[in-house]
Every structure is written in C-alpha cells, then in structure tokens.
Design a protein around this ligand. Structure first.
Ligand SMILES: Nc1nc2c(c(=O)[nH]1)N[C@H]1C(S)=C(S)[C@@H](COP(=O)(O)OP(=O)(O)OC[C@H]3O[C@@H](n4cnc5c(=O)[nH]c(N)nc54)[C@H](O)[C@@H]3O)O[C@H]1N2
Ligand SMILES: Nc1nc2c(c(=O)[nH]1)N[C@H]1C(S)=C(S)[C@@H](COP(=O)(O)OP(=O)(O)OC[C@H]3O[C@@H](n4cnc5c(=O)[nH]c(N)nc54)[C@H](O)[C@@H]3O)O[C@H]1N2
Ligand SMILES: [Mo]
Length: 812
C-alpha cells in the first residue's frame, strides 16, 4: 500500500499483507499505559455496591441482570448475548444498578428544610445521592417547597388541570429511554387520546440523526447487525463512540474479535483508553497478566466533525482502487461488489463520480488525517470480507450528522456489507430501551398507517398533525406556548441544549409533572403547579392485580440496540411498598384526565401487562407477531428487512446519497490550524460523558479512563495549543459560545487539562456545558443538537474571577 502521497492509488498490497507502522498505528508507549477494564473495574463495582450499602442484595441481583429470568440492565442498550451462566454485567451496569437499588431514601425533611431555590445550589450528584424518591410530591409556590401529597390527590389534580387547557398541543409528553415498551405504548396512547402528537423523546438528542438519515438510505433506522455478526466480522469500524465507558459489554465482543484476528479501526478525536487496549475482567489471562489486549488495530484521531470527509476518502480510495484494477484487467472481479450494487442499490454512478472528483488535499484538511491514514483505513476496509460499521454520539451530534451516517452506509454498500453475515450497520443506541419506546409509538412525526392502527384497535381518533420533538418543545416553551410538561423519566431540563434560557421559562408553565426514581435538577424547576411522582426501577418487582385479580408480579419488555426484544422481571423489593409503576401512573393519569371510553379500560390494562402486549401486537402486527408467546420463550429479534436485502425506500433499493461539498467550513474547522491559532480563534467543543456518570446522573467526579479525578469542570486541550496560546495546564478559563443569534452564552471555571486531542478541538463534560449549546445548532434532518461541535472561544480567568467563582467550583 502506498506510504507516499505521490504513489498512484493502484499499487495495492495483496490481501493479508499489512503496511508497516503508519501514523495511525498504535505505538508501543501508548500500549504501555494501563488498559481499560481489568482490576480497577472490579474494584469500582465493589466500591459502588458498598457505597450504596448493598453488599448482599447488590451481588445477588447483579447475577440476575440481563438474564432470561431476571431484569434488563438499566444502563446501556448493548444486547445481552447468550450467557445463561455466570455474570453478564459490566462495571457501569453495576454502578447503574447500585445507584437505583441504593438503600438511601429522600427524607421528608429534605423538602421541609430546603426551598427549591436552595436545592438548586446542589450539584447533580448530590441531588441524586439523597436516594430514592418514595412519596408523591406537590409543589407549593408560596413556600417554594415540595410537599408530600397522596397518590389520589396527585392524579385527580393533574387530571383536572389537563382537562382545562383549551388546546391539547399545549401539552408535551416527554419520554426517556428507560421506559418499558408497555409503559411507552400506553403513554403514547394517553397522549394521542388527549389529542396531541407532542412526544419529545430523549432520542431526539441522541440517535434521532440515525433514525432520520438511515431510512433514506436503507429503509429502516435501526441496526442491521446482531451480536452473532460481531463473531464473524473481519473488520469493525467504530466512529465516535466511547465503548469502554458507554457500552462496556461491547468490549467483550471487541476483545473476542481481536483475539481471532479481526481488525478494529477507531475514528475519534480523543484517544479513548479502552479502545486502545482492554483487559477483560472475564478473561483470567488478562486479569493475571494485568495486561490488556490491543483493541484498535488502527486509531485515527481525526478532527471534530472530520468523519464526513474521512468516510468519503475511504469510499474514494475503494472506488479508485476498483477503477484501477479493472482498467488493468477488465475481467477482474473488482474490489467493489458490482453484483450487489447492480441488483440492490440506486445512485452508485453519481456517487462514484462525486468521490472521484474529491481532492485529497481537501479530504486531508477537512478530516485532519493524513492521506496515508485515510488510505490505510480504506485498504483495511477493502481487504475485509465482512465489515461492521458502528457509530455513536460522535457522529449523530453534529450539524451534518445525518450526511455522515449516509456516507458510512455508502461505504458499506460499496462491498455489499449489508445483508450478509458478519457485516452491517450498527448505530450504538444509548438508553436501555430508547429504541423500543420509539418502536411502540413514541413518535412526533407519526405515519398514517400507525395512527390508523391505533384508531382501529382502540376505536379512537388520533390527531393527524405532527407534534414536537425535543428542540421544538424547547422552542415552544421559549415562545410561551406550552402550558404543561409531563416527563416519563429522564431529566429533560438538564439534558437539553440552551438549558439556562429554557429553564428560565419553565416557571411560566402552568404545570410540570415528572415521573422519576431519583431527585434531579428538572424537578427543581417546576411550573406554577408541579408534581414529582416516584416510581419503581427495572430491578424491582412490579406487583399488579393480575388477570384474575388475585395479584401477580408483572413482566415488562424492552428492545436493545440490535432489535432484540427481551423480557424484564424485577427481583428486588421496591424502594418503598407505596410506589407505583410507570404503567400504573400512566393509566391512573389517563383515567383522571380522559372521559370514560368504551374500549379503553385503563385499570384492566394496568392489571396485567400481557394485555398491553396484546394491544401492541394488534397495532404493530408485523413487528410483534405472537408477542406474549415469544416473550415467554425468552424474547425475539425484530425482523429487519435490510438483513434480507429488502429495501423499503423510495427507490425500492439501497440509496447512495451524498451532500454537496465536504461540509465542514460552516463549523469553522478550516479556520483553526496550528499556525493561525490565537486567543480569538474559534475552537470546536465536544460535550461528552465521563466514566462515572449515566447522562445527567453523576455517580462521582472521577473519569478514570481520562485521568481526571475529583472534578468535572475540566476542558481538554492539546499540549500544542496550550503552548501556542501561552497557557498552562490547571489554569481556569471561561468558555464563550460563538454564535450569531445575539444571545450571550458563557460558562466560567473550567480547568485546562492537557490531552491528546487535535489542534482546534476541545472536550468537556455534559451536562455541565449545556448552557453553551445554542438550541438551533443542530442536525438539519433530525433537529438533534450538535453537542459534539459547539463553537467556543477560550478566555483566561483572572485571579479575581477565579476567587469570585470559588463557591461554584467547590461544588463541582
Ligand atoms: N456508563 C454510561 N453508559 C451510557 C451512557 C452514560 O452516560 N454512561 N449514556 C447512554 C446514552 S443515552 C448514549 S446515547 C450512549 C452515548 O455513548 P457515546 O456515543 O460513546 O457518547 P459520548 O460519551 O457523548 O461520546 C462519544 C464519543 O465521540 C467522540 N467524538 C466526539 N466528536 C467526534 C467527532 O466529530 N468524530 C468522531 N469520530 N468522534 C467524536 C468522543 O471523543 C467520544 O469518545 O451511551 C449510553 N450508555
Ligand atoms: N451537551 C450534551 N447534552 C446531551 C448529550 C450530550 O452528549 N451532550 N446527550 C444527549 C443524550 S444522548 C441523551 S439520551 C439525553 C438524556 O436525557 P434524559 O434521558 O432526559 O436524562 P437522564 O440523565 O438519562 O435521566 C436521568 C433521570 O432519570 C430518572 N430515572 C432513572 N431511571 C428511571 C426509571 O426507571 N423510570 C423513571 N421514570 N425515571 C427514571 C432519574 O430520576 C434520573 O434523575 O441527554 C442528551 N443531552
Ligand atoms: Mo442517548
């Protein structure tokens, strides 16, 4: 393969032979750093279990996590796999469980002793650390306190208020992705019977980019792979996803893939520890040696937002390699899968022409990678028979996220890597049931077929108008058009972009209702009237009246990120016997709000969750045939048409789609080079997760994999940029958003941290940075906030400013 920019592209090495170490290969010193996983993972699990006072039940319930007779891990959406014996959880799943199953309870005195203004001074960590919520709470605006109320009063009063609003579209029904299929389905039924399609969902800040861009390409917005494909892939490409922290069970699959010689190629501006090397806590060899296995055979540290160019560069490389080969030998099979392209795709010629015209120098400038690195990645792709491409928030949370996803699909299509074993598209979903919620009806842009089915099954008339997603919900709040917000889980007013601006308006809403397990910042910003309704978690037993009215523990279900639907049965006693499940809360709220209906009996549905599944099956017969029966057998995989090379697209084929231009100019990337950098330069800021958090839930202020301890108020910057700017590690800076909408957004108190990240790029933690993200800075197709490319300037804080902000800094 070429190591020299001038070498013609047709000088390929034969399959199997590998280039000597190029810039992107990992050097020895990087592998000498401690691996991800290993003993520190085990220690972390123990620490959290003890910290939450769960030595016995914690360990016992961990063994039931992700098991057929147990419950769904409340953490990420990586599939369970088939491990009926032994442990099937990871460090961060254990933290999530310990956090949920904690023995701590929010005391009645907490609200008696603290106004909400006072509680707003607390950190996110401290709010949740108070423990589980056990009592329904009603906001008293006179005293600025929550007061304990009864379930009956809460339902009746919320129902009363909902009945009063003149337009149902003044109400927002938010869901976060821990909600089970059954609860989400009923929540969407409630919203539609109430009269709106306003279903903002956490996925609107997450993989909505995927859900909108992917169907244009292949007819479906979900993964086309399942876990067994990971066992057969020859190469796994990972774009913008931090597996070691956010889907740690994936590390086992990557570890295994490397063990049998598959390539793992990572694209990430940050060198993420576990993607470099990983010691699998379930591998005695790794644990005894203390050494990890090299995970990424290539690690490409591209610029923020550089993926669009990087993927097109790989496409160009493969297409031109094929051109050259066929020029030499017109009868050669070629590097492209020409049969697949001819039979199954649309738009190849235009795309190939587009790629041929792209200039290497632009691709290099836009991606921030050398031509050698791009060619090396292209060569690995070309040599592999079966390729999986994975992506996470590093792709979806960008202004051109959807365009990039479509290029990833183009790359896969070039060699027929969709619809064959060991190959395909793998968007890595976040919340444990974020995918399932959307499958069963949480959809603000519903199609007629689904609405007709709801109408038929329940004898109702669903509204036909499109509703709000998260961004539109925030805009409606800013315009003063929203009367009430109902949150089924999550921490909406903390997780959104432009958090401060939106939160200032929440107090004008007539009503906020939050269904939650733990106290969080959203609860501290009630409308004029506000309720917090406590609920049980995944790990807890859910007792309802049952089919015969004698009482029966219920099973719910969820869909993982690879479309496997599995049952979930809680094993622990609920945090409090008086807690209501999300399904019970939905049913009782609906009952208190809607007029009695001849065919929708909410109590009857609540009594036995199998009845809800029957209704889901009736509304979605193609997706959930024999739902109850198949769930009883342990679950099933939803049929994904592209796996069978069936394409439900406009063209009836898989589409090669591409945008004009490379698309990074408007993000200011081309302006920042090492030579031009100065204190007025616009950096791009990544806002992301640390190792000890689940979204807005902050377990601790440490991020072990990035050597950050004791604070989350850090901003990572390259050593070269520090030097160029004359700054040094540890200095405090203010981040100021660069925008043209006239709104000033800035946050003070970030400590500079030297980090291996490209010039012009910064990284800091979410949600601390959410005030900085303009609401309209988002992916055009899907409205997903571009949280991974926030244009900011750095301003050094002077001693006075640092002293003035000490209080804030101390609490972080
Ligand atoms: N323990 C734990 N697990 C979780 C979560 C959690 O908070 N904690 N959250 C859950 C949820 S809801 C989600 S959506 C997922 C999120 O999981 P991820 O998708 O991993 O999300 P992030 O941590 O935000 O960061 C994504 C990665 O993208 C990289 N990145 C940023 N910008 C770019 C870019 O321009 N290009 C490329 N190639 N890479 C880039 C960052 O360096 C980082 O490694 O995890 C889920 N699982
Ligand atoms: N800047 C920036 N912003 C982001 C992101 C980013 O990367 N950068 N990521 C975005 C992404 S990917 C996502 S998914 C969103 C997340 O947004 P959300 O889903 O709204 O937020 P979470 O932090 O997951 O919600 C945590 C709360 O959920 C409640 N909870 C936990 N378990 C349960 C349960 O079983 N039932 C109920 N009812 N409540 C429960 C607890 O009270 C807890 O406080 O944030 C988005 N915001
Ligand atoms: Mo997410």
């Amino acid at each position: 393969m070429s190591q020299d920019q001038t070498t013609p592209v047709d000088s390929f090495s034969p399959k199997g032979s590998h280039a000597p170490a190029l810039s992107a290969s990992l050097s020895g010193s990087q592998l000498d750093r401690p691996p991800g996983g290993g003993w520190p993972s085990i220690k972390a699990v123990e620490k959290f279990i003890w910290q939450e006072h769960l030595p016995i039940e914690g360990h016992r319930s961990l063994m039931k996590m992700n098991k057929p007779d147990g419950f769904y891990c409340p953490s990420c959406a990586w599939p369970n796999g088939d491990k009926p014996k032994g442990a099937n959880f990871c460090e961060n799943g254990a933290k999530a469980l310990a956090w949920e199953a904690t023995r701590e309870r929010v005391s009645d005195e907490l609200f008696a002793n603290n106004t909400l203004s006072e509680l707003r001074e607390w950190s996110d960590h401290h709010l949740e650390k108070e423990g589980r919520l056990t009592r329904p709470l009603r906001y008293n605006a006179q005293t600025d306190r929550y007061e304990i109320t009864s379930w009956e009063a809460a339902y009746a009063e919320i129902g009363q208020r909902l009945k009063r609003y003149e337009d149902p579209n003044q109400v927002e029904f938010y869901t976060s992705g821990r909600t089970s299929n059954e609860a989400a389905f009923l929540f969407s039924l409630f919203g539609r019977m109430y009269g709106t399609n306003n279903f903002p969902d956490c996925s609107n800040m997450c993989h909505e980019t995927t859900s909108r861009a992917l169907p244009e390409s292949i007819g479906i917005g979900k993964a086309t792979v399942n876990l067994e494909d990971f066992k057969q892939a020859d190469a796994i490409f990972i774009f913008g996803q931090n597996s070691g922290t956010n889907s740690p069970r994936m590390m086992g699959d990557l570890h295994e893939a490397r063990g049998r010689g598959a390539e793992v190629v990572s694209f990430n501006p940050l060198r993420e520890r576990a993607l470099v090397s990983f010691a699998d806590p379930q591998s005695p060899k790794d644990m005894l040696s203390g050494k990890g296995v090299e995970i990424s055979s290539q690690y490409h540290q591209l610029r923020i937002g550089g993926d669009l160019a990087a993927v097109q560069a790989m496409c160009k490389y493969v297409i031109e390699a094929d051109d050259a080969l066929r020029e030499r030998n017109p009868h050669a099979v070629g590097y492209l899968d020409h049969d697949f392209i001819a039979q199954h795709t649309h738009g190849f010629d235009a795309f190939a022409e587009h790629c041929r015209k792209l200039e290497w120098q632009d691709l290099v400038a836009m991606s921030g990678l050398s031509r050698e690195s791009l060619e090396q990645a292209g060569q690995t792709y070309l040599e592999a028979e079966r390729v999986i491409c994975c992506w996470g928030m590093g792709i979806t949370q960008h202004a051109r996220g959807g365009d990039t996803i479509q290029q990833i699909i183009n790359l896969l299509l070039l060699r027929g890597n969709i619809g064959k074993p060991g190959a395909g598209a793998c968007p890595i979903r976040g919340h444990s049931n974020v995918q399932g919620d959307r499958t069963v009806g949480i959809e603000n842009l519903p199609n007629d077929a689904m609405l007709d089915a709801f109408d038929r099954v329940f004898d109702i008339k669903c509204p036909r108008e499109n509703g709000h997603d998260v961004a539109e919900c925030c805009e409606a709040i800013l315009r003063g058009e929203v009367r009430a917000f109902i949150g089924m889980g999550g921490n909406f007013f903390r997780a959104i972009p432009d958090q401060k601006r939106v939160v200032e308006k929440v107090h004008d809403l007539d009503m906020t209702v939050h269904v939650a397990t733990k106290l969080n910042r959203s609860h501290l910003h009630p409308g004029k009237h506000g309720w917090v309704l406590p609920t049980i978690g995944h790990s807890e037993r859910d007792l309802q009246a049952g089919a015969d009215g004698k009482g029966a523990e219920q099973v719910s279900s969820a869909e993982d990120g690879m479309c496997n639907v599995a049952p979930s049965r809680g094993v622990m006693a609920p945090a409090d016997p008086s807690l209501h499940s999300e399904i019970a809360i939905t049913c009782q709220l609906a009952k208190a709000t809607l007029p009695p209906h001849p065919t929708v009996d909410w109590d009857w549905l609540q009594a036995d969750y199998a009845r809800i599944r029957d209704r889901i099956e009736e509304v979605f017969p193609q997706i959930f045939p024999d739902y109850n029966a198949r769930l009883a057998q342990g679950g099933f995989h939803i049929r994904i048409a592209p796996r069978e090379r069936i394409w439900h697209t406009d063209s009836g084929r898989a589409n090669f789609l591409f945008p004009e231009g490379l698309g990074t100019d408007e993000e200011g990337l081309d302006k920042v080079t090492h030579e031009t950098l100065n204190m007025d330069s616009t950096f791009l800021l990544i806002t992301m997760r640390g190792h000890d958090q689940f979204n807005t839930t902050v377990y601790s202020n440490d991020d072990r994999y990035r050597d950050v301890y004791g604070t989350r108020m850090v901003v990572m910057i390259s050593p070269q940029d520090l030097e160029t700017l004359g700054l040094s590690e540890g200095q405090r800076v203010t981040l100021e958003t660069v925008s043209e909408d006239g709104v000033e957004r800035s946050m003070a108190g970030f400590k500079l941290k030297e980090y291996d990240i490209p010039t012009g790029c910064l990284a800091a933690y979410y949600p601390e940075t959410n005030d900085l993200i303009p609401l309209d800075h988002r992916d055009a197709r899907s409205n997903t906030p571009a949280s991974k490319s926030v244009p900011v300037r750095l301003r050094l804080m002077d001693t006075e400013e640092v002293n003035a902000s000490e209080g804030v800094l101390a609490s972080s």
